[in-house]
Ligand binder design. Structure first.
Ligand SMILES: COc1nc(N)nc2c1ncn2[C@H]1C[C@H](O)[C@@H](COP(=O)(O)OP(=O)(O)OP(=O)(O)O)O1
Length: 159
């Protein structure tokens, strides 16, 4: 971390939908994290909880509604280049309704959990997905130089 300096903190949700051995990811087509596969999520708005944020972002990015969201992890990122911090609350869900659609931002795709495209995902994902996939709760702290270079990492199971 940056000594005692308080960095601007952004809050985002991340929702991973799993059905049996399949995980739904989206290929981000534009903006921050473009060209990476990711769960569905984004910035928390002022008048919503982080859970409401996760539900809204899922619908906006995929056309789906999920009825059994559960908070499973918390991730904190420091970005050296922009001097910002990001807190991502990770949710898991299984039960979905609606029609899965490709949007301007995301192209959804189901993957086998044993063949996830880690080389096309955020560098930290490979460190904490194993906890998620084993249905363990987790937390992690990461320092990035910029979007593509991870400098330090720490992940642990929380229960
Ligand atoms: C190292 O950075 C990141 N690692 C991981 N694992 N996940 C990240 C990282 N940065 C963002 N995310 C997550 C947080 C969200 O679940 C998604 C989407 O974030 P994104 O930056 O695309 O969200 P915005 O486009 O800013 O949000 P809006 O959709 O509200 O515009 O990725």
């Amino acid at each position: 971390m940056h000594g005692s300096k308080v960095l601007p903190l952004h809050k985002k949700s991340r929702l991973l939908i799993r059905q049996s051995d399949k995980l739904l990811l989206g290929y981000k087509k534009r903006g921050f994290g473009a060209s990476k596969y990711n769960g569905f999520g984004g910035k928390q708005e002022e008048n919503e909880t982080i859970l409401e944020c996760a539900q809204r972002e899922l619908f906006e990015e995929s056309g789906l509604t999920c009825t059994d969201l559960k908070e499973v992890g918390n991730l904190l990122f420091d970005f050296d280049d922009t001097q910002t911090q990001l807190r991502v609350t990770v949710f898991s869900g299984h039960t979905i309704f609606g029609n899965l659609v490709e949007t301007d931002e995301m192209k959804p795709q189901w993957f086998d959990i044993n063949a996830l495209p880690y080389d096309q995902m955020w560098q930290d994902d490979v460190l904490w997905y194993p906890y998620y996939l084993k249905q363990k709760k987790f937390e992690g702290i990461f320092r990035f130089k910029d979007e593509d270079v991870m400098l330090t990492h720490f992940v642990r199971q929380t229960e």
